[in-house]
Write a protein that binds this ligand. Structure first.
Ligand SMILES: NC(=O)c1ccc[n+]([C@@H]2O[C@H](COP(=O)([O-])OP(=O)(O)OC[C@H]3O[C@@H](n4cnc5c(N)ncnc54)[C@H](OP(=O)(O)O)[C@@H]3O)[C@@H](O)[C@H]2O)c1
Length: 366
């Protein structure tokens, strides 16, 4: 693992700070924005990129993400990528693979992931394989994203001004009509007949990473939970809903809401909610006034923060899909901001509970 010099030392400038060598894992929605952010950040150096899609193999990564050539071809040769001995893999595939992660971690390469990973407890006994791979390789694995991930980091940060914390509530609302990733959305119930009796189980399985986030928040708060439960609601579309790569027929689920609750003595003390809707023909007609997060810590005092986002004036977005890139940027960047801490961490699976707040360095325009 590389030694990273601390930029907080007086007199330190960007030129003296060692860069961290990064391999990017896939270039989908989130991965594309990750590559652009890595290339733009002088503290990070892109040295390789994994392509899951055969059609991307051999193509310059910059071309794949639309920024022009960067001199690095995407490859499916995992051994060659590991031989580069990067400080960290930025892991953004559609689904995590334990086999793939074990191979990376046991090679001594740290991983920051957005692929449905916070604590890894949902993996059951497979999690042990990851821990053992970290021990063998002296590496660390960390998962985040915007939600779950950064939103919970904000929640526990604002709890830092309370002398009493009664309940931590994060509520994500989003119109996901233009988020084109059906394979990650179907497992949560999207597109199913509204009367499918298995919907609650699907929502629980499809949003299970939020249960891991509940456990992480409890860990930061130093609370032992009795149980973590998921409550869900669904809305159907009353007309066929045609989207970029799929259609949800009338009478099928186009709205999914899940509330992941951590309880002690029957009292909910952590409540992580998502409410995702597609289109304008929902029944019931869920109203989502704006996409974003409302984060409340009930206690002494009760504190509320609202996390909204807007593009800067110079942001080039001619299509709604390009505008959607903002959602992918805010998913990718929390993982990138954690890299230095993850590289410096003791081997193992780590969460925000294990390290000091990441510093968003290197992102200011110069
Ligand atoms: N925590 C959060 O805030 C948050 C928010 C959004 C997304 N996410 C997660 O971040 C990850 C990336 O999301 P995304 O929208 O970027 O996904 P995506 O674009 O749908 O897929 C990412 C890439 O995964 C590869 N891929 C395709 N099918 C695959 C499969 N069956 N198994 C493994 N890899 C496959 C492809 O690689 P190529 O590039 O080689 O084609 C694809 O471009 C997902 O796991 C998603 O759930 C987290």
């Amino acid at each position: 693992m590389n030694d990273t010099r601390r930029a907080s030392e007086p007199g330190t400038d960007e030129a003296r700070v060692m860069t961290l060598r990064i391999v990017q894992w896939t270039t989908g929605n989130v991965g594309k924005e990750s590559v652009k952010a890595i290339v733009a950040n002088p503290r990070l150096a892109l040295v390789g990129c994994y392509a899951w899609s055969p059609a991307k193999v051999g193509i310059d990564v910059g071309e794949l993400v639309g920024i022009g050539p960067v001199g690095i071809a995407a490859t499916d040769d995992v051994a060659a990528l590991l031989a580069l001995r990067p400080d960290c893999v930025v892991y953004n595939p559609m689904f995590p693979s334990v086999d793939e992660l074990v191979r990376i971690l046991e090679a001594g390469i740290n991983v920051v992931a957005t692929a449905a990973f916070i604590t890894g407890t949902n993996l059951g006994t497979q999690r042990d394989r990851l821990v053992e791979a970290c021990e063998r390789g002296g590496s660390s694995l960390f998962g985040t994203g915007v939600s779950p991930g950064f939103a919970e980091l904000v929640a526990v940060t604002i709890a830092g001004i309370c002398s009493r914390v009664d309940k931590v509530i994060v509520t994500e609302t989003a119109d996901t009509t233009f988020y084109d990733s059906p394979d990650t959305e179907r497992p949560a119930g999207f597109g199913q007949p509204i009367d499918n009796p298995d919907l609650a189980n699907m929502a629980r399985a499809g949003t299970a990473v939020f249960g891991e986030a509940v456990a992480m928040v409890a860990d930061v708060l130093g609370v032992e939970l009795d149980e973590i439960v998921c409550e869900s609601e669904f809305a159907q579309t009353t007309e066929d809903l045609v989207m970029a790569s799929w259609t949800i027929p009338a009478g099928h689920v186009a709205g999914v809401a899940a509330s992941w609750q951590g309880r002690v003595g029957g009292r909910t003390i952590i409540d992580l909610n998502v409410r995702w809707k597609k289109g304008t023909t929902l029944d019931p007609a869920w109203v989502i006034e704006k996409d974003g997060w409302v984060i409340t810590v009930e206690g002494l005092p009760t504190v509320t923060a609202s996390l909204d986002f807007l593009p800067p004036p110079d942001f080039q977005a001619e299509t709604i899909e390009e505008f959607m890139a903002i959602g992918h940027i805010i998913t990718a960047v929390p993982a990138l901001n954690a890299i230095a801490a993850v590289v410096a961490a003791a081997p193992g699976i780590i969460t925000y509970a294990d390290f000091n707040l990441p510093h968003p360095r290197g992102w200011t325009r110069r």
